[in-house]
Design a protein around this ligand. Structure first.
Ligand code: ATP
Ligand code: MG
Length: 680
């Protein structure tokens, strides 16, 4: 007997979505309505009740982390779901290319270039005047790939620039020469594979009878095309999403994908989920009030199951430092379990981290560290990739003279052009020592090192092998030679990478899997697992917390200064909607009147989004506070103390109490109704 009791908790619409079969299914529903829960339940149901093998179900989510969590959830519902394939579009692409990439001339152990590597490659083919526009061209290439446009397509919608198509074409040629792929290729190449190779397409259709996609509103055009190729005559297709939570337009996400789904897939059945199980009524009303300010929306009903709830607090602070200090104290006093502190941009975590450390509150920064972008980390990774792929130009150039081996820019050029001319790999050219003198001898020696370390890969566990590589390449000593502080940090980061490698098997396959994880994960959580979570709004997608604190709600920070067009502002508003709807029980919002931005002290104004929250959700009403005589931030004059600024206000019974900081540095509380305070 299979236990299907997990179906009992579902509401009627959720159940309809789980039971639905046959035609394609689109679940269009607001935040916290159980979309992700429907997907995991559906996986369990398909396996348990319909006997569909777990392996023939493919579920696509937005991040690798979400994929792992979904797998766990499905497994909890039913142990039979073991083996279901849950991946991101990108990691699915890698999987497919490892299996069939040879059809496109791709070696099985290709590596993945991140944005910085791709820029380095692009830079090597630009001439002096073009190089000034490196960022723009790099951006344009990755956008073109998001839209599945190749160099031969009409690229004018991406970038109006006569040089661009040719540059893009040369970039592609060079990339193919290296044997590696960039991020865009992880979607585009599988797409080409399925389009051009009938037999592969048939095999893939036979392998996956069910394809489901979560967070479909953030898929891009290339991913839509890929999904269309995955959809065979026998495939059951189900996508879920919420157009109000589309927050990756800047990366090429295309809201039209979800809006046009019924046109693209004939006979689509649409299910709407209208009950929100996550948040209190107050939180939901605030979020709905905010998102209602967007014009381009379908509009949805979302009813809270949890009536009432605490009012939302908005706090204002004289400075970002005080904002951070306040929340750190708050967390120490009130507890931090299941609490997250959100902000718009990674850099904002720094002040919070300092304040939390001072208060002794444990924290975990989610995906904040650009860990894999650090110099020493990239150096080690470049070595690893070069061992796997001796044609990898980008990695080669990164490590050939690091630490310095007397192989200068001229020799490097000679090696690369020789390799291109003869079709040899870079390491083969090194072995020949094509330039005379010391540089040539150094090259031979470096080639010997690479050969030697390469041979040992299959005989050792990955972490020990990497440690040998670090030591024997001279990289470890090189970093040890930096000043104490820098050296310690860099060596710690390398150690962290070694620690990560310990969970991988040895040999080429282990190394490949390790590199793949690093390339696709892109960030590393830092800090303690049971602390308060520090996280950007973007990274909170799909998550939920008992209490959510959103900081830095200031014009220029959020909405970001980079958001200028009305469409940009709508996207920022959707991001705010995502942030607000992460909260289950409590929501706290704050902004600071001054903050250091790009090295300068800047005077901040409250985010316009705060004014969009319906006043009845707030305590006290934000509007009311603005109309008061002494709002926080107002300048005042006191006969005895001189000029100052209101830094805090509260009510003691019916009496207003304001805290004023004077220019002399002196701070004092007053009851304005009894004190001769003058607002200026
Ligand atoms: P988001 O748009 O933020 O991704 P979602 O629509 O995917 O949200 P879920 O994360 O699946 O929503 O569900 C939100 C919360 O509500 C979860 O804690 C989930 O377990 C709970 N939930 C969903 N459906 C039910 C239900 N029928 N009964 C009880 N709890 C439910
Ligand atoms: Mg979800």
């Amino acid at each position: 007997m299979v236990d299907l009791s997990y179906l009992e908790t579902l509401n009627a619409e959720q159940r309809e979505a789980v039971f639905h079969s046959g035609s394609p299914l689109l679940i269009l529903a607001g935040a916290g309505s159980g979309k992700t829960r429907v997907i995991t339940t559906k996986i369990a149901y398909l396996v348990d009740a319909l006997g569909i093998p777990a392996r023939s179900i493919l579920a696509v989510t937005f991040t690798n982390k979400a994929a792992r969590e979904m797998y766990e959830r499905a497994l909890q519902l039913s142990p039979r779901t073991e083996g279901v394939m849950i991946k991101t579009f990108h990691s699915f692409g890698v999987w497919l290319l490892r299996l069939y990439g040879e059809r496109l001339g791709l070696a099985r152990d290709f590596a993945i270039y991140d944005d910085e590597d791709a820029r380095a490659l692009l830079s090597s083919i630009l001439d002096g005047s073009q190089r000034r526009h490196l960022s723009r061209y790099a951006w344009a290439i990755s956008r073109a790939k998001d839209y599945a446009l190749g160099p031969e397509d009409d690229l004018s919608s991406i970038l109006e620039d006569d040089d661009f198509p040719e540059l893009y074409a040369r970039y592609e040629d060079r990339l193919r020469d290296t044997g590696n792929v960039d991020f865009g290729d992880l979607i585009l190449l599988p797409l080409r594979l399925l389009k051009e190779h009938e037999d592969v397409r048939r095999k893939v259709h036979a392998a996956f009878r069910v394809v489901m996609v979560d967070e479909y509103q953030d898929s891009n055009v290339a991913q839509f095309f890929l999904l269309r190729e995955l959809y065979g005559p026998e495939t059951y297709l189900c996508v879920v999403g919420d157009e109000d939570q589309s927050i990756y337009r800047f990366r090429g996400a295309e809201v039209r994908n979800i809006l046009d789904f019924p046109d693209a897939f004939e006979g689509t059945h649409i299910v709407r989920l209208e009950t929100n199980y996550r948040s209190t009524e107050t939180i939901l009303r605030a979020a709905s009030g905010v998102i209602a300010h967007n014009e381009g929306r379908l509009g949805k009903t979302l009813r809270p199951i949890r009536q009432g709830g605490d009012v939302i607090r908005i706090l204002s602070f004289p400075s970002a430092e005080e904002e951070a200090a306040y929340w750190a104290r708050f967390l120490r006093e009130e507890g931090w379990e299941d609490v997250a502190v959100l902000y718009r941009a990674h850099y904002q975590s720094r002040l919070l981290e300092l304040a939390l450390a001072r208060e002794g509150v444990p924290y975990r920064v989610v995906g904040s560290l650009r860990f894999y972008e650090r110099e020493e980390v990239k150096d080690l990774l470049a070595f690893l990739r070069l061992v796997l792929n001796p044609r990898d130009e980008v990695s080669f150039l990164r490590v050939i003279n690091k630490p310095p081996r007397g192989i200068g820019a001229k020799s490097q050029k000679a090696i690369i052009s020789h390799a291109r001319g003869t079709g040899s790999t870079l390491v083969e050219v090194l072995r020949e020592g094509v330039v005379p003198g010391k540089a040539g001898a150094s090259m031979v020696e470096f080639a010997r090192f690479l050969d030697h370390i390469g041979e040992r890969l299959s005989r050792m566990d990955l972490a020990s092998w990497m440690e040998d590589l670090l030591k024997e390449s001279g990289l470890w000593d090189y970093y040890q030679g930096f000043d104490d502080y820098t050296a310690r940090q860099k060596l710690e980061n390398l150690q962290e990478l070694l620690a990560l490698a310990r969970s991988y098997p040895g040999g080429r396959d282990g190394l490949l899997a390790f590199l793949e994880y690093v390339a696709l994960e892109g960030s590393l959580d830092r800090g303690s697992g049971d602390g308060v979570v520090l996280i950007t709004m973007h990274n909170t997608k799909g998550l939920e917390f008992s209490k959510v604190i959103i900081t830095g709600l200031e014009e220029g920070v959020f909405p970001s200064w980079a958001a200028s067009s009305p469409e940009d502002i709508e996207e920022e508003r959707r991001l705010f909607y995502v942030a607000l709807t992460r909260a289950k029980d409590g929501l706290f919002l704050s902004w600071a009147q001054t903050r250091n931005i790009r090295g300068r002290r800047s005077f901040q104004q409250a985010s316009r989004f705060l004014r969009e929250i319906p006043p009845e959700c707030l305590s006290p009403s934000y509007e009311e506070e603005e109309e008061e005589d002494f709002p926080v931030g107002s300048r005042i004059y006191h006969d005895d103390y001189g000029y100052g600024m209101v830094v805090e206000r509260r009510h003691n019974g019916n009496l207003l109490v304001v805290k004023v900081r004077f220019e002399t540095g002196y701070t004092c509380e007053f009851l304005p109704s009894y004190t001769p305070l003058e607002r200026i």
